[in-house]
Design a protein around this ligand. Structure first.
Ligand code: ZN
Length: 278
């Protein structure tokens, strides 16, 4: 009888323990790299006035110590994913790109402004852009991404930037690229291009312009006041995430896709719960 009671008690306690067990949020599964996934999106559209083919003397402008000097980032608990902006050259030979590139030619002040710009576009979306390589290295491979800023564009061809769509989820160090000299070292163009290329890596296609069921522009130009970041990103007074038709004619909710890539969830009734709150 006593044994039965003890067993019953143990079973009871065990059940209780089970009930209060905290369910960890389900991590986004990492899809394997398949041929169908390896879609390179090259942004050959040019900023107003066209690309510039004049380069600064990058080696004089880009030294690790300079970047360290302007480094002020500290990671708070608010962020789940880290995006490293690499301005000092990068060896991507072990990634899907198989290329080694040199530095960006951006000054420390420009680098800081570009990081701030990217963080402005990704505020509350679960991504934190930084110059801090140590911070990046501390992150899990599936919680980090790298955007390489370089004035070496010749290996790919003239483009503002290039990325593999969804490459963030591969978690294999494959970066996106932004080509600084072609964008005239212009902080606004480059900041928007970083947001745009990262957007591809996080799953976004372009925002296209459709008229009467016909795609008339791969890049929706918006208007003078506002352009979609995933459209013609260089033109508007401000650039924003947008809800509109993608190049395939499907409605694309930019903000929502990025928030979900960042680890947030929707409750099915249109209410978004940022990561860490569910
Ligand atoms: Zn693009």
């Amino acid at each position: 009888m006593k044994t039965t009671l003890t067993i019953t008690l143990l079973v009871f306690l065990f059940s209780c323990k089970k009930e209060v067990e905290i369910i960890a949020p389900v991590e986004k599964p990492m899809p394997p790299i398949a041929v169908a996934d390896t879609v390179i999106i090259a942004d050959t559209i040019q900023p107003p006035g066209g690309f510039s083919y004049t380069k600064r003397k990058a080696n004089l402008l880009n030294q690790k110590s300079w970047t360290k000097k302007v480094q002020k980032d500290t990671l708070t608990g608010e962020y789940k994913n880290v995006v490293l902006l690499e301005f000092n050259g990068y060896d991507a030979t072990k990634t899907m790109w198989n290329v080694k590139v040199g530095a960006s030619g951006s000054t420390p002040e420009e680098q800081r402004a570009i990081v701030d710009s990217a963080n402005k576009y990704y505020k509350y979306k679960g991504f934190y852009f930084t110059l801090d390589e140590e911070l990046y290295n501390k992150c899990r491979p599936d919680k980090r991404f790298r955007v390489v800023l370089t004035d070496d564009w010749e290996w790919y061809g003239a483009a503002g930037g290039v990325a593999y769509r969804n490459s963030f989820f591969w978690a294999n160090e494959t970066p996106a690229f932004v080509f600084t000299s072609l964008l005239k070292y212009n902080v606004q163009y480059i900041g928007r291009a970083v947001a745009h290329e990262a957007g591809h890596a996080f799953g976004l296609a372009h925002q296209s312009l459709w008229v009467n069921g016909v795609k008339v522009n791969e890049y929706n130009p918006g208007n003078a006041a506002m352009c979609p970041i995933m459209g013609y990103l260089y033109s508007g007074a401000v650039a924003e995430w947008y809800t509109g038709l993608d190049p395939f004619g499907n409605k694309q909710y930019d903000g929502r896709i990025i928030e979900e890539a960042g680890g947030g969830k929707y409750d099915g009734q249109g209410n978004f719960k940022p990561w860490g709150t569910y």
